[in-house]
Design a protein around this ligand. Structure first.
Ligand code: NAD
Length: 334
């Protein structure tokens, strides 16, 4: 049985990935600071080590010698309400950087055969994402760097860290830049949720005939990748010889109001959208509602040419599945 380690397996993408790898016959060890909120431990792994990966002693214990693949997904992160307010910047940067510093060093020491690092679309320069209809997120456009959040700067630093370990210590890395991954069994309330989950929750919570708030004028654009496509993209990337960085996202761009309307249509209710000022408003969780960049969409040309695969499922299919799950959570009073 080949052994894999998933750091951050108590989270959304890591939990799904762990479940898939376990089903595919791998021995799976997860390490995370918390248990998975929605998936049972026995369904996703053989061993779950609850620890703080910012502590080098914990990382030393977690990474074993005969590790076939290590997935480094642990990060202090959340949706716009968490990473763009500025209120969490010091924690985001220090927690995630410490994890990555510890992991890179220990992976070399333990001769991990291959390591996957999840970077983010948030590394792309803010000045290339001012036009909602024409954002540039081509991998080569990352420099000169100008991410719009400290979260993005930390990701960029850690990409470089893993590449430096690859170059100096032959660490076999695969660096992916995820673009807005969504699906069931992910954060859907509390302020760390991302737009698809937030829209699905609002549509599920709002009564027929009501309205819900959408931050900003709703014309800002994004693309969203359903979790199953993300897992397939990771698997194909891991099997390739390409180190990255490589976008893993969808090219189906949509405005936030269109995303909200999609959630409303799926709910089958008659709900109106109320756009609110993105700078001043304090919502019921006490957050300002920052908008992030004006436009962002994955550019999959490099993925297509190096890996030869294409995300094919339309956004609505993933949104339907996500709405169904979030609607159950809302109705069960979770
Ligand atoms: P998530 O927050 O659900 O998972 C991250 C996990 O890391 C959490 O379970 C958290 O408890 C764990 N973690 C944080 N600090 C830790 C610590 N000190 N010690 C141990 N565990 C710790 O996020 P996700 O959506 O599953 O994202 C996974 C990775 O992909 C992250 O690195 C994230 O930055 C990156 N990413 C995700 C998206 C997305 O759309 N979901 C987009 C871009 C990048």
């Amino acid at each position: 049985m080949k052994k894999v380690i998933i750091l951050g397996g108590g989270g959304f993408i890591g939990g799904h990935l762990a479940k898939k790898l376990k089903l595919n016959g791998f021995f799976v060890r997860i390490a995370d600071i918390k248990q998975h909120e929605y998936l049972k431990q026995e369904d996703i792994c053989h061993e779950f080590i609850e620890c703080d990966l910012a502590d080098p002693v914990a990382v030393e214990k977690v990474i074993f010698e005969d590790c076939y693949e290590l997935y480094q997904l642990a990060a202090d992160m959340g949706g716009a309400g968490y990473i763009f307010t500025g209120l969490n910047d010091a924690n985001i940067m220090s927690n995630s950087a410490l994890i990555n510093l510890n992991v890179a060093k220990e992976a070399v020491k333990k001769k991990v055969q291959k390591i996957f690092y999840s970077s983010s679309a948030c590394i792309y320069p803010a000045h290339n994402q001012l036009d909602s209809n024409n954002p540039n997120c081509e991998e080569g456009s990352a420099y000169p760097a100008n991410p719009d959040s400290e979260y993005g700067w930390e990701k960029l630093f850690s990409e470089r860290l893993f590449l430096a370990y690859a170059s100096n210590y032959n660490l076999n890395v695969r660096i992916a830049r995820f673009h807005n991954v969504f699906g069931p069994y992910g954060t859907w309330n509390g302020g760390k949720e991302k737009a698809p989950a937030a829209m699905a929750r609002k549509a599920a919570e709002t009564p027929n005939g009501g309205s819900f708030e959408v931050w900003g004028d709703g014309q800002q654009t994004r693309s969203f990748l359903y979790i199953e496509d993300c897992l397939e993209a990771i698997e194909r990337f891991m099997k390739s010889d390409f180190n990255g960085p490589l976008n893993i996202g969808s090219e189906e761009m949509i405005t936030i109001n269109q995303l909200a309307q999609m959630a409303i249509d799926i709910s089958g209710k008659n709900i109106s959208i109320h756009n609110i000022d993105g700078q001043e408003f304090i919502d019921k969780y006490g957050f300002r509602c920052p908008l992030g960049v004006r436009g962002r969409k994955s550019d999959n040309n490099l993925y297509r040419s190096t890996i030869g695969w294409e995300v094919s499922a339309p956004l609505i299919v993933g949104m339907q599945k996500t709405f169904t799950w979030i609607n159950e959570q809302v109705n069960n009073g979770q």
